[in-house]
Design a binder for this molecule. Structure first.
Ligand code: CA
Length: 670
């Protein structure tokens, strides 16, 4: 998800979970801080050479039971035993032998009542619908060559080009030519193509040149019934159940706990083998359920924030919010992402509604991940979807990103300024001819760092330079939330042709991909896909969400433009500066006081670039603009809706005419 600045009812719709406020009486909020803390790394399940050990953190339990099952569902327990109270709020049990192939649940006695069975909060393998945890041998889940598997080397996050995709959108349409439709394995298939022979799937990603795929939630989530695939097949997945196991509907067999693990690893391995990193969208800010969540069934109340009346506070607008400011929840988030980084070789994490978490936890996340692999990066939504008891100064907000040196946040500034407001379909932006947004676009161009030529008082969303460095900003113009770019352009330019809208899309993305910060795009935008005008497609059918790969033929020129644009960015470090000082020194805006016009230069071989100067002129107006450019031997990189990273033609400078609604980019080496 989702939404920014203001709470929105569309956020509520995202998971389809009604607001249900439990009035159960919990301990006083501050009492949670006195709970014992367990810091060992053996929570819930450890398989030794001759025994299987269980350790559940359930500090308020009066008793705890462990049940063993022969199958993942529809079977009676073959054994139920009482667990023994142990150190620091944990309960333990030890059974002889390696119980591979068995399933288990815990149940705790709370206030004199046995609560429902739960697979725990640390289930790393689960059966159908994640109801029972599974005991599997992880050493047998690794693809060949896994020990030497590694993602792309990414010295700075600004070197990344991020492609946000949903497994099902990407491969489910027949035009994909992919066999494993909607599955992790879709990204292991080479040589797939549409009916016209254009590359699809991973081959398309390689052609396009993106460095990382950002996969929408891929942990085990609630809303797709894994027992009835594929009849009930679609959800974004922002409704977490088991944070440490892959989602079953993306595997070829949800009933086989090892299959989802193996297949997700195969996906990662194949992407890595092709030079592409994997970023996981993680949603630790809330759970799909309240009283029935795995958190509530092991340590009732502890993992959530509450209102004074004991009801769940709800900064996620999905019914609850977790309490990262409590030690065991903070540790949980940190240890969970570390687990994904180590076991699945994940290269980056995108935090949903990150501002529900505290800055201290997010800093721990980044620091401890970088110890595992310095190339891992972390970014998130620097906002909440509702108010929170967590004090504003502690929230991992966009406005607090300077307190989180190794974290990046999405720039809603550049997003809304380029295309128009996210929630007002007909509103236009800089690239579609609305005047007055020039300064906000400039905030995006300098990645929200302090720059002497940017007047933050004129910013639409932000009034101060909130980023300390360009490495803290993700620039984008659309994502899975709200109207994606094609639909936004259709709604806001109702009288235009698609050719005119494609022109606007090119300008919009040229601004994003040449700006300082890290560029991010939504899958299929390069094909000018749409979602038929649906702004919140979280559970829409494939007919709305699937990428029609025939569009790669229909809109080949659009795809070509994006490909060249990405090539340009990757070839030129000037677009990828890492410090605010560099940006101030090497990025100079020209004094062009006309609506929908921005002109600037990247000068003096910025960030070691071979080009001495790069001139970028963006004209969002529906008419030509003339800009004065120094006389020199320029190579024309982009002009009039065309782009070639190696040059379209040459120019002498002087008065340069910039075509309507397009970007002109010039470069010179001397
Ligand atoms: Ca699931």
């Amino acid at each position: 998800m989702k939404i920014n600045i203001l709470p929105s009812f569309s956020a509520l719709m995202t998971t389809g979970i009604a607001l249900s406020c439990s009035l159960a009486t919990y301990a006083d909020e501050s009492a949670y801080d006195s709970y014992p803390v367990y810091t060992g790394d053996d929570l819930e399940l450890t398989v030794e050479s001759d025994a299987t050990l269980f350790r559940l953190w359930a500090p308020t339990a009066e008793a705890v039971r462990l049940s063993l099952y022969p199958t993942d569902r529809n079977s009676a327990a073959e054994k139920t035993i009482g667990m023994t109270r142990s150190v620091d709020g944990t309960w333990v049990a030890k059974l002889p032998g390696q119980l591979y192939g068995k399933f288990y649940t815990f149940s705790i006695k709370h206030n004199g009542q046995w609560l429902a069975e739960t697979p725990g909060v640390w289930a790393k393998a689960v059966g159908t619908n994640g109801q029972r945890a599974a005991i599997i041998d992880f050493s047998r889940t690794n693809p060949e060559g896994w020990d030497s598997d590694r993602g792309p080397h990414t010295p700075a996050i600004t070197d990344a080009v991020i492609y946000e995709m949903h497994h099902r959108d990407f491969s489910v349409d027949p035009s994909s030519g992919i066999v494993n439709k909607g599955k992790f394995l879709a990204l292991t298939e080479d040589n797939t193509h549409n009916a016209h022979g254009d590359a699809t799937g991973i081959d398309h990603l390689k052609e396009l040149g993106v460095t990382h795929v950002h996969i929408l939630p891929s942990y085990d989530y609630n809303s797709v019934d894994e027992a009835n695939l594929p009849s009930n097949g679609y959800n974004w997945g922002y409704d977490p159940v088991n944070y440490n196991a892959p989602e079953g509907s993306y595997s070829t067999n949800p009933a086989d706990p090892a299959a989802r693990v193996k297949e997700m690893k195969q996906m990662v391995k194949h992407l890595h083998d092709n030079g592409i990193g994997v970023i996981m969208d993680v949603v630790y800010n809330h759970t799909a359920q309240n009283d029935d969540s795995n958190f509530s069934l092991t340590a009732p109340g502890y993992y959530y924030r509450h209102r004074p009346d004991g009801s769940y506070s709800d900064a996620s607008a999905c019914g609850n919010e977790t309490a990262s400011d409590r030690k065991m929840m903070s540790d949980y988030i940190v240890n969970s992402v570390k687990y994904w980084a180590k076991e699945y070789h994940i290269d980056g994490f995108r935090f949903d509604l990150m501002a529900i978490h505290d800055t201290e936890t997010m800093n721990r996340v980044a620091e401890e991940l970088k110890e595992i692999n310095p190339d891992i990066f972390v970014y998130g939504e620097g906002w909440t979807a509702g108010d929170s008891p967590l004090p504003v100064e502690r929230r991992a907000l966009k406005e607090n990103v300077s307190k989180m040196p190794q974290i990046a946040v999405f720039s809603d500034d550049i997003r809304d300024a380029i295309k128009g407001h996210y929630s007002d379909a007909s509103d236009r932006g800089f690239a579609t001819g609305k005047p007055g947004l020039e300064e906000t676009v400039k905030i995006g161009i300098v990645a929200a760092t302090a720059h002497p030529q940017v007047d933050y008082s004129k910013g639409n969303n932000s009034k101060f330079a909130y980023a300390s460095a360009p490495t803290q900003i993700i620039n984008y113009v659309s994502c899975h939330d709200d109207l994606m770019l094609t639909d936004k352009l259709r709604k806001s330019m109702p009288d235009a042709t698609d050719a005119e809208r494609q022109r606007a899309a090119r300008l919009a993305q040229t601004i994003v991909f040449t700006s300082q910060g890290t560029p991010f795009m939504f899958a299929g935008e390069e094909l000018f896909r749409d979602k038929k005008g649906v702004h919140n497609s979280y559970k829409s059918p494939d007919s709305i969400n699937a990428i029609d790969w025939e569009l790669k033929h229909t809109n080949a020129d659009q795809d070509k433009y994006y490909t060249e644009l990405i090539k340009l960015r990757k070839a030129h470090p000037a677009f990828r500066m890492t410090t605010a000082e560099q940006v101030t020194r090497h990025l100079k805006f020209d004094d062009v006081n006309e609506p929908n016009l921005i002109s600037y230069s990247l000068i003096d071989n910025a960030n070691g670039d071979e080009w001495k100067e790069i001139k970028l002129i963006f004209n969002g107006a529906d008419e030509e603009r003339v800009v004065k450019v120094n006389k020199a031997d320029w190579t024309v990189i982009a002009h009039d809706g065309q782009i070639n990273a190696d040059g379209l033609t040459t120019a002498r400078g002087g008065k340069v005419t910039v075509a309507p609604r397009s970007a002109t980019i010039l470069a010179r080496t001397k």
